[in-house]
Ligand binder design. Sequence first.
Ligand code: HEC
Length: 102
Amino acid sequence: MNNLSKITTGIAQALAVSLLLLGTQAMAAGDGKGKKADKPDPMQVVRGAKAWKNNCGRCHNLRSPKELNDEEWDVSVAHMRVRANLLGFEAEDIKAFLKASN
Ligand code: HEC
């Protein structure tokens, strides 16, 4: 195989893989009838877990994610975000973690 055809084959394979990935994502989005809205970004959940541990136990004991449901965490984190002086993205990360863990 010459270089050009190697490259073209490579591109074709990459394209096939991304189309496959897109297809699976579309399918996953399609059956989103469950209680949980979107599947959280795992990296966001990890960042949120760290931010939660570092911030949410400063003034009171860490509240377990299980204490509240998704809607209640939306309200509570909006409230605590002001108290804890968190940036918007930190509050979003923490919510993603709490909602993935309740
Ligand atoms: C600066 C101090 C402080 C920090 C930081 C803080 N809290 Fe609080 N938190 C409070 C106080 C004070 C209360 C009780 C009075 C009130 O409701 O404001 C409270 C109450 C709560 C409650 C009870 C219900 C409610 O919403 O009032 C929950 C749940 C809670 N905090 C979760 C969190 C989470 C999650 C974080 C991290 C994002 C956090 N807290 C960070 C001070 C703090």
